[in-house]
Write a protein that binds this ligand. Sequence first.
Ligand code: ASP
Ligand code: MG
Length: 421
Amino acid sequence: MKFGGTSVADLERIHNVARHVKREHDAGHEVAVVVSAMAGKTNELVSWVNQMPTVTGSNAPFFDAREYDSIVASGEQVTSGLLAIALQSMGIDARSWLGWQIPLQTNNAHGAARIEDIDGGEIIERMGAGQVAVVAGFQGIAPDNRIATLGRGGSDTSAVALAAGIKADRCDIYTDVDGVYTTDPRVAPSAQRLDRVSFEEMLEMASLGAKVLQVRSVELAMVHGVRLFVRSSFDDPDATDSAAGANPPGTLICDEDEIVEQQIVTGIAYAKDEAQISLRRVADKPGVAAAVFSPLAEAHVNVDMIVQNVSEDGSVTDMTFTVPDGDLGKAKKVLEAAQGDIGYEVVQSDPGMVKVSVIGIGMRSHAGVASTAFQALADKGVNIRAITTSEIKISILIDSDYAELAVRTLHSAYGLDKEAA
Ligand code: ASP
Ligand code: MG
Protein backbone atom coordinates (compact mmCIF):
# COMPACT_ATOMS: atom_id res chain seq x y z
CA MET A 1 0.00 0.00 0.00
CA LYS A 2 1.46 3.35 -1.01
CA PHE A 3 0.09 6.67 0.21
CA GLY A 4 0.99 9.97 -1.46
CA GLY A 5 1.42 13.40 0.08
CA THR A 6 -2.23 14.47 0.12
CA SER A 7 -3.14 11.17 1.78
CA VAL A 8 -0.80 11.90 4.71
CA ALA A 9 -1.20 15.69 4.68
CA ASP A 10 -1.90 16.03 8.42
CA LEU A 11 -2.37 13.93 11.56
CA GLU A 12 -6.02 13.30 10.85
CA ARG A 13 -5.22 12.04 7.36
CA ILE A 14 -2.49 9.80 8.80
CA HIS A 15 -5.05 8.22 11.15
CA ASN A 16 -7.29 7.72 8.16
CA VAL A 17 -4.44 5.95 6.36
CA ALA A 18 -3.93 3.76 9.41
CA ARG A 19 -7.57 2.68 9.12
CA HIS A 20 -7.02 1.67 5.49
CA VAL A 21 -4.01 -0.37 6.55
CA LYS A 22 -5.89 -1.93 9.47
CA ARG A 23 -8.67 -3.03 7.13
CA GLU A 24 -6.23 -4.97 4.94
CA HIS A 25 -4.33 -6.31 7.94
CA ASP A 26 -7.55 -7.49 9.62
CA ALA A 27 -8.55 -9.17 6.37
CA GLY A 28 -5.50 -11.39 6.79
CA HIS A 29 -3.12 -9.76 4.34
CA GLU A 30 0.55 -9.26 5.05
CA VAL A 31 1.10 -5.57 4.46
CA ALA A 32 4.00 -3.25 3.75
CA VAL A 33 3.24 0.45 3.44
CA VAL A 34 5.23 3.13 1.62
CA VAL A 35 4.57 6.77 2.45
CA SER A 36 5.37 10.15 0.92
CA ALA A 37 6.08 13.28 2.90
CA MET A 38 3.12 15.42 3.98
CA ALA A 39 1.76 17.43 1.03
CA GLY A 40 3.93 20.48 0.36
CA LYS A 41 6.70 19.36 2.74
CA THR A 42 9.20 18.33 0.09
CA ASN A 43 8.68 21.63 -1.75
CA GLU A 44 9.35 23.48 1.46
CA LEU A 45 12.54 21.50 2.13
CA VAL A 46 13.75 22.05 -1.44
CA SER A 47 13.13 25.79 -1.14
CA TRP A 48 15.14 25.92 2.08
CA VAL A 49 18.07 24.33 0.27
CA ASN A 50 17.69 26.79 -2.59
CA GLN A 51 17.89 29.71 -0.18
CA MET A 52 21.28 28.61 1.14
CA PRO A 53 24.40 30.35 -0.12
CA THR A 54 26.75 28.25 -2.24
CA VAL A 55 30.47 27.92 -1.62
CA THR A 56 32.14 31.20 -2.43
CA GLY A 57 35.17 31.12 -4.62
CA SER A 58 34.23 27.77 -6.10
CA ASN A 59 32.76 27.81 -9.55
CA ALA A 60 30.19 25.23 -8.54
CA PRO A 61 26.84 26.93 -9.05
CA PHE A 62 24.99 24.31 -7.02
CA PHE A 63 24.82 23.01 -3.51
CA ASP A 64 26.22 19.68 -2.34
CA ALA A 65 23.71 17.13 -3.68
CA ARG A 66 24.41 14.72 -0.80
CA GLU A 67 23.30 17.33 1.71
CA TYR A 68 20.30 18.17 -0.46
CA ASP A 69 19.31 14.51 -0.26
CA SER A 70 19.79 14.36 3.48
CA ILE A 71 17.49 17.36 3.88
CA VAL A 72 14.72 16.58 1.42
CA ALA A 73 14.50 12.91 2.46
CA SER A 74 13.47 13.96 5.95
CA GLY A 75 9.79 14.52 5.13
CA GLU A 76 9.26 10.80 4.60
CA GLN A 77 11.09 9.99 7.82
CA VAL A 78 8.44 11.94 9.72
CA THR A 79 5.39 10.41 8.05
CA SER A 80 6.70 6.83 8.31
CA GLY A 81 7.24 7.25 12.05
CA LEU A 82 3.87 8.90 12.60
CA LEU A 83 2.03 6.19 10.68
CA ALA A 84 3.82 3.46 12.64
CA ILE A 85 2.67 5.10 15.88
CA ALA A 86 -0.90 5.49 14.57
CA LEU A 87 -0.97 1.78 13.72
CA GLN A 88 0.47 0.81 17.09
CA SER A 89 -2.25 2.87 18.77
CA MET A 90 -4.79 0.66 16.98
CA GLY A 91 -3.15 -2.45 18.38
CA ILE A 92 -1.23 -3.33 15.22
CA ASP A 93 2.41 -4.34 15.41
CA ALA A 94 4.19 -1.89 13.12
CA ARG A 95 7.59 -0.29 12.66
CA SER A 96 9.08 2.32 10.38
CA TRP A 97 11.95 1.70 7.96
CA LEU A 98 14.25 4.24 6.38
CA GLY A 99 15.92 3.49 3.05
CA TRP A 100 19.26 2.53 4.60
CA GLN A 101 17.67 0.21 7.13
CA ILE A 102 16.11 -2.09 4.52
CA PRO A 103 18.53 -1.50 2.72
CA LEU A 104 17.28 -0.04 -0.53
CA GLN A 105 20.43 0.49 -2.52
CA THR A 106 20.72 3.16 -5.19
CA ASN A 107 23.43 4.40 -7.49
CA ASN A 108 25.45 7.53 -6.74
CA ALA A 109 23.27 9.97 -8.72
CA HIS A 110 22.26 12.08 -5.73
CA GLY A 111 19.02 13.96 -6.27
CA ALA A 112 17.82 11.61 -8.99
CA ALA A 113 19.20 8.25 -7.92
CA ARG A 114 18.19 4.95 -9.48
CA ILE A 115 17.41 1.90 -7.41
CA GLU A 116 20.01 -0.83 -7.86
CA ASP A 117 18.92 -3.43 -5.38
CA ILE A 118 16.52 -4.03 -2.57
CA ASP A 119 16.88 -6.62 0.14
CA GLY A 120 13.39 -7.67 1.18
CA GLY A 121 14.61 -10.46 3.50
CA GLU A 122 14.03 -8.98 6.91
CA ILE A 123 10.81 -7.25 5.95
CA ILE A 124 9.39 -10.47 4.51
CA GLU A 125 10.27 -12.32 7.70
CA ARG A 126 8.64 -9.72 9.93
CA MET A 127 5.58 -9.45 7.70
CA GLY A 128 5.19 -13.21 8.04
CA ALA A 129 5.16 -12.72 11.80
CA GLY A 130 2.34 -10.16 11.51
CA GLN A 131 4.31 -6.94 11.63
CA VAL A 132 3.41 -4.11 9.28
CA ALA A 133 6.42 -2.46 7.64
CA VAL A 134 6.04 1.30 7.18
CA VAL A 135 8.67 2.38 4.69
CA ALA A 136 9.81 5.93 3.99
CA GLY A 137 9.46 6.43 0.24
CA PHE A 138 11.68 8.53 -2.04
CA GLN A 139 14.94 7.45 -0.43
CA GLY A 140 17.67 4.85 -0.40
CA ILE A 141 21.33 4.50 0.38
CA ALA A 142 24.04 5.17 -2.20
CA PRO A 143 27.41 3.36 -2.58
CA ASP A 144 29.05 6.34 -0.84
CA ASN A 145 27.01 5.36 2.26
CA ARG A 146 24.95 8.54 2.09
CA ILE A 147 21.20 9.02 1.80
CA ALA A 148 20.04 9.35 -1.82
CA THR A 149 16.65 10.49 -3.11
CA LEU A 150 14.97 9.15 -6.22
CA GLY A 151 13.80 12.34 -7.93
CA ARG A 152 10.53 14.18 -7.38
CA GLY A 153 7.55 11.89 -7.18
CA GLY A 154 9.94 9.05 -6.37
CA SER A 155 7.91 7.38 -3.66
CA ASP A 156 5.80 5.70 -6.36
CA THR A 157 9.00 4.11 -7.56
CA SER A 158 9.95 3.13 -4.00
CA ALA A 159 6.62 1.36 -3.66
CA VAL A 160 6.91 -0.56 -6.90
CA ALA A 161 10.51 -1.55 -6.15
CA LEU A 162 9.53 -2.75 -2.70
CA ALA A 163 6.57 -4.68 -4.10
CA ALA A 164 8.93 -6.38 -6.56
CA GLY A 165 11.54 -6.94 -3.83
CA ILE A 166 9.11 -8.68 -1.48
CA LYS A 167 7.20 -10.38 -4.32
CA ALA A 168 3.92 -8.74 -3.41
CA ASP A 169 0.70 -9.89 -5.05
CA ARG A 170 -0.24 -6.31 -5.81
CA CYS A 171 0.85 -2.75 -5.21
CA ASP A 172 -2.04 -0.46 -4.29
CA ILE A 173 -1.34 3.20 -4.96
CA TYR A 174 -3.63 5.36 -2.80
CA THR A 175 -3.91 8.91 -3.99
CA ASP A 176 -6.36 11.83 -4.12
CA VAL A 177 -8.18 10.60 -7.23
CA ASP A 178 -10.02 7.32 -7.58
CA GLY A 179 -8.12 6.00 -10.55
CA VAL A 180 -6.77 6.73 -14.01
CA TYR A 181 -9.13 8.59 -16.34
CA THR A 182 -9.55 8.59 -20.10
CA THR A 183 -8.26 12.16 -19.98
CA ASP A 184 -7.89 15.00 -17.50
CA PRO A 185 -11.41 15.48 -16.05
CA ARG A 186 -10.67 19.17 -15.44
CA VAL A 187 -10.33 19.63 -19.19
CA ALA A 188 -13.01 17.17 -20.31
CA PRO A 189 -15.75 16.71 -17.70
CA SER A 190 -16.98 13.73 -19.72
CA ALA A 191 -13.78 11.78 -18.87
CA GLN A 192 -14.37 8.34 -17.39
CA ARG A 193 -12.41 6.22 -14.97
CA LEU A 194 -10.72 3.27 -16.65
CA ASP A 195 -11.12 -0.13 -15.00
CA ARG A 196 -7.95 -1.50 -16.53
CA VAL A 197 -5.00 -0.02 -18.37
CA SER A 198 -2.03 -1.93 -19.76
CA PHE A 199 1.48 -1.13 -18.55
CA GLU A 200 2.44 0.15 -21.98
CA GLU A 201 -0.50 2.50 -22.23
CA MET A 202 0.08 3.78 -18.71
CA LEU A 203 3.71 4.40 -19.52
CA GLU A 204 2.67 6.56 -22.48
CA MET A 205 0.01 8.36 -20.46
CA ALA A 206 2.42 9.10 -17.60
CA SER A 207 5.15 10.25 -20.00
CA LEU A 208 2.68 12.45 -21.85
CA GLY A 209 1.35 14.38 -18.93
CA ALA A 210 -1.02 12.25 -16.85
CA LYS A 211 0.32 13.02 -13.39
CA VAL A 212 -1.08 10.07 -11.45
CA LEU A 213 2.15 8.07 -11.34
CA GLN A 214 5.83 8.80 -11.73
CA VAL A 215 6.94 7.52 -15.15
CA ARG A 216 9.78 5.50 -13.71
CA SER A 217 7.46 3.62 -11.37
CA VAL A 218 5.41 2.43 -14.34
CA GLU A 219 8.55 1.30 -16.19
CA LEU A 220 9.63 -0.65 -13.15
CA ALA A 221 6.18 -2.20 -12.69
CA MET A 222 6.19 -3.29 -16.33
CA VAL A 223 9.65 -4.84 -16.11
CA HIS A 224 8.86 -6.74 -12.91
CA GLY A 225 5.22 -7.48 -13.68
CA VAL A 226 3.99 -5.71 -10.53
CA ARG A 227 0.24 -5.16 -10.86
CA LEU A 228 -0.73 -1.68 -9.68
CA PHE A 229 -4.11 -0.66 -8.40
CA VAL A 230 -4.68 3.11 -8.28
CA ARG A 231 -7.41 4.11 -5.82
CA SER A 232 -8.40 6.93 -3.50
CA SER A 233 -7.42 7.22 0.15
CA PHE A 234 -10.40 9.56 0.50
CA ASP A 235 -12.82 6.61 0.25
CA ASP A 236 -14.28 5.44 3.53
CA PRO A 237 -11.59 3.11 4.92
CA ASP A 238 -14.15 0.70 6.35
CA ALA A 239 -16.48 0.55 3.38
CA THR A 240 -14.32 -1.50 1.08
CA ASP A 241 -13.11 -4.76 2.53
CA SER A 242 -11.04 -6.33 -0.19
CA ALA A 243 -11.22 -9.75 1.48
CA ALA A 244 -15.01 -9.61 1.36
CA GLY A 245 -14.70 -9.36 -2.40
CA ALA A 246 -16.01 -5.81 -2.60
CA ASN A 247 -14.62 -3.92 -5.55
CA PRO A 248 -13.42 -0.50 -4.51
CA PRO A 249 -13.37 1.99 -7.37
CA GLY A 250 -9.97 2.24 -8.94
CA THR A 251 -7.85 1.39 -11.95
CA LEU A 252 -5.82 -1.78 -12.32
CA ILE A 253 -2.61 -1.36 -14.29
CA CYS A 254 -1.66 -4.77 -15.56
CA ASP A 255 -0.44 -6.88 -18.44
CA GLU A 256 -2.50 -6.51 -21.60
CA ASP A 257 -3.38 -10.23 -21.44
CA GLU A 258 -5.53 -9.40 -18.43
CA ILE A 259 -7.59 -6.91 -20.38
CA VAL A 260 -10.44 -8.72 -22.03
CA GLU A 261 -12.38 -5.96 -23.72
CA GLN A 262 -9.68 -3.90 -25.34
CA GLN A 263 -10.77 -0.54 -26.67
CA ILE A 264 -8.98 0.83 -29.71
CA VAL A 265 -8.20 4.07 -27.91
CA THR A 266 -7.77 4.14 -24.15
CA GLY A 267 -7.02 7.76 -23.41
CA ILE A 268 -6.04 11.24 -24.51
CA ALA A 269 -3.04 12.84 -22.83
CA TYR A 270 -1.53 16.26 -23.27
CA ALA A 271 1.75 17.90 -22.41
CA LYS A 272 2.09 21.67 -22.23
CA ASP A 273 5.15 23.86 -22.54
CA GLU A 274 6.65 22.47 -25.68
CA ALA A 275 8.55 24.65 -28.10
CA GLN A 276 8.88 24.09 -31.81
CA ILE A 277 12.13 24.73 -33.64
CA SER A 278 12.46 24.67 -37.42
CA LEU A 279 15.70 24.78 -39.33
CA ARG A 280 15.05 26.05 -42.82
CA ARG A 281 17.03 25.07 -45.88
CA VAL A 282 19.26 22.46 -44.32
CA ALA A 283 21.55 20.60 -46.71
CA ASP A 284 19.99 17.25 -47.60
CA LYS A 285 22.99 14.96 -47.18
CA PRO A 286 24.22 12.23 -44.82
CA GLY A 287 25.35 13.42 -41.40
CA VAL A 288 23.09 16.44 -41.11
CA ALA A 289 20.74 14.99 -38.50
CA ALA A 290 23.78 13.99 -36.45
CA ALA A 291 25.18 17.51 -36.79
CA VAL A 292 21.90 18.94 -35.48
CA PHE A 293 21.11 16.56 -32.66
CA SER A 294 24.53 15.62 -31.27
CA PRO A 295 25.33 19.10 -29.94
CA LEU A 296 21.81 19.35 -28.49
CA ALA A 297 22.28 16.03 -26.72
CA GLU A 298 25.62 17.16 -25.37
CA ALA A 299 23.90 20.24 -23.95
CA HIS A 300 21.29 17.94 -22.34
CA VAL A 301 18.45 19.38 -24.38
CA ASN A 302 15.68 16.82 -24.51
CA VAL A 303 14.46 16.64 -28.10
CA ASP A 304 11.06 15.09 -28.64
CA MET A 305 9.12 15.11 -31.92
CA ILE A 306 11.34 15.21 -35.02
CA VAL A 307 10.02 15.81 -38.51
CA GLN A 308 12.19 16.04 -41.60
CA ASN A 309 10.71 16.95 -44.93
CA VAL A 310 11.65 15.26 -48.17
CA SER A 311 13.42 17.84 -50.28
CA GLU A 312 12.02 18.74 -53.64
CA ASP A 313 15.22 18.57 -55.62
CA GLY A 314 17.49 16.65 -53.26
CA SER A 315 19.53 19.69 -52.24
CA VAL A 316 17.93 21.33 -49.19
CA THR A 317 15.22 20.37 -46.73
CA ASP A 318 13.50 21.59 -43.55
CA MET A 319 13.96 20.00 -40.14
CA THR A 320 11.40 20.58 -37.38
CA PHE A 321 11.54 19.29 -33.82
CA THR A 322 10.30 20.10 -30.33
CA VAL A 323 12.08 20.75 -27.04
CA PRO A 324 10.71 21.71 -23.61
CA ASP A 325 9.92 25.45 -23.47
CA GLY A 326 12.46 25.86 -20.68
CA ASP A 327 15.25 24.56 -22.93
CA LEU A 328 14.44 26.75 -25.92
CA GLY A 329 16.99 29.48 -25.17
CA LYS A 330 19.75 26.95 -24.65
CA ALA A 331 18.77 25.02 -27.79
CA LYS A 332 18.89 28.16 -29.92
CA LYS A 333 22.34 29.07 -28.64
CA VAL A 334 23.61 25.58 -29.40
CA LEU A 335 22.15 25.67 -32.92
CA GLU A 336 23.52 29.11 -33.65
CA ALA A 337 26.98 28.00 -32.55
CA ALA A 338 26.71 24.97 -34.83
CA GLN A 339 25.34 26.82 -37.85
CA GLY A 340 28.62 26.40 -39.74
CA ASP A 341 28.69 22.62 -39.18
CA ILE A 342 25.02 22.07 -39.92
CA GLY A 343 24.68 24.53 -42.75
CA TYR A 344 21.12 25.78 -42.42
CA GLU A 345 19.80 29.12 -43.54
CA VAL A 346 17.49 30.26 -40.74
CA VAL A 347 16.24 28.92 -37.44
CA GLN A 348 12.66 29.69 -36.46
CA SER A 349 11.10 28.93 -33.11
CA ASP A 350 7.70 29.04 -31.46
CA PRO A 351 7.25 28.57 -27.72
CA GLY A 352 3.97 27.70 -26.02
CA MET A 353 2.99 24.62 -28.00
CA VAL A 354 1.00 21.70 -26.68
CA LYS A 355 1.35 18.06 -27.61
CA VAL A 356 -1.92 16.12 -27.54
CA SER A 357 -1.67 12.34 -27.78
CA VAL A 358 -4.11 9.57 -28.53
CA ILE A 359 -3.10 6.34 -26.81
CA GLY A 360 -4.30 2.75 -27.16
CA ILE A 361 -2.80 -0.69 -27.73
CA GLY A 362 -5.82 -1.51 -29.91
CA MET A 363 -4.24 0.74 -32.56
CA ARG A 364 -1.80 -2.00 -33.42
CA SER A 365 -4.52 -4.00 -35.09
CA HIS A 366 -6.84 -1.32 -36.43
CA ALA A 367 -6.58 0.89 -39.49
CA GLY A 368 -7.82 4.44 -39.73
CA VAL A 369 -7.18 5.43 -36.14
CA ALA A 370 -5.01 8.40 -37.04
CA SER A 371 -7.31 9.74 -39.76
CA THR A 372 -10.15 9.97 -37.22
CA ALA A 373 -8.02 12.37 -35.17
CA PHE A 374 -7.02 14.49 -38.15
CA GLN A 375 -10.58 14.77 -39.44
CA ALA A 376 -11.99 15.64 -36.02
CA LEU A 377 -9.40 18.39 -35.52
CA ALA A 378 -9.92 19.70 -39.04
CA ASP A 379 -13.66 19.97 -38.41
CA LYS A 380 -12.90 22.25 -35.45
CA GLY A 381 -10.39 24.32 -37.39
CA VAL A 382 -7.42 23.22 -35.29
CA ASN A 383 -4.17 23.49 -37.21
CA ILE A 384 -1.68 20.63 -36.82
CA ARG A 385 2.00 21.63 -36.71
CA ALA A 386 3.68 18.27 -36.40
CA ILE A 387 2.71 14.64 -36.01
CA THR A 388 4.57 11.64 -34.69
CA THR A 389 3.30 8.14 -34.20
CA SER A 390 4.36 4.94 -32.52
CA GLU A 391 2.67 1.57 -32.49
CA ILE A 392 0.31 2.60 -29.73
CA LYS A 393 0.10 6.38 -29.90
CA ILE A 394 -0.41 9.36 -32.18
CA SER A 395 1.01 12.69 -30.97
CA ILE A 396 -0.06 15.96 -32.49
CA LEU A 397 1.56 19.34 -31.90
CA ILE A 398 -0.81 22.32 -31.82
CA ASP A 399 -0.96 25.91 -30.56
CA SER A 400 -1.68 26.03 -26.85
CA ASP A 401 -4.83 28.12 -27.40
CA TYR A 402 -6.47 25.05 -28.88
CA ALA A 403 -5.29 22.54 -26.29
CA GLU A 404 -8.55 22.13 -24.39
CA LEU A 405 -10.66 22.10 -27.52
CA ALA A 406 -8.41 19.46 -29.08
CA VAL A 407 -8.49 17.22 -26.00
CA ARG A 408 -12.28 17.38 -25.81
CA THR A 409 -12.68 16.88 -29.54
CA LEU A 410 -10.47 13.80 -29.64
CA HIS A 411 -12.07 12.41 -26.50
CA SER A 412 -15.47 12.50 -28.22
CA ALA A 413 -14.17 11.40 -31.60
CA TYR A 414 -12.95 8.11 -30.12
CA GLY A 415 -16.15 7.52 -28.19
CA LEU A 416 -14.60 8.02 -24.77
CA ASP A 417 -17.20 10.42 -23.37
CA LYS A 418 -19.22 9.00 -20.52
CA GLU A 419 -22.91 8.83 -21.18
CA ALA A 420 -24.84 11.75 -19.75
CA ALA A 421 -26.51 10.68 -16.52
N1 ASP B 1 7.91 13.62 -1.34
C1 ASP B 1 8.57 13.43 -2.61
C2 ASP B 1 8.13 14.50 -3.57
O1 ASP B 1 7.31 15.33 -3.27
C3 ASP B 1 8.35 12.07 -3.16
C4 ASP B 1 6.93 11.73 -3.46
O2 ASP B 1 6.01 12.27 -2.86
O3 ASP B 1 6.71 10.87 -4.29
O4 ASP B 1 8.63 14.54 -4.67
MG1 MG C 1 3.33 11.53 -5.95
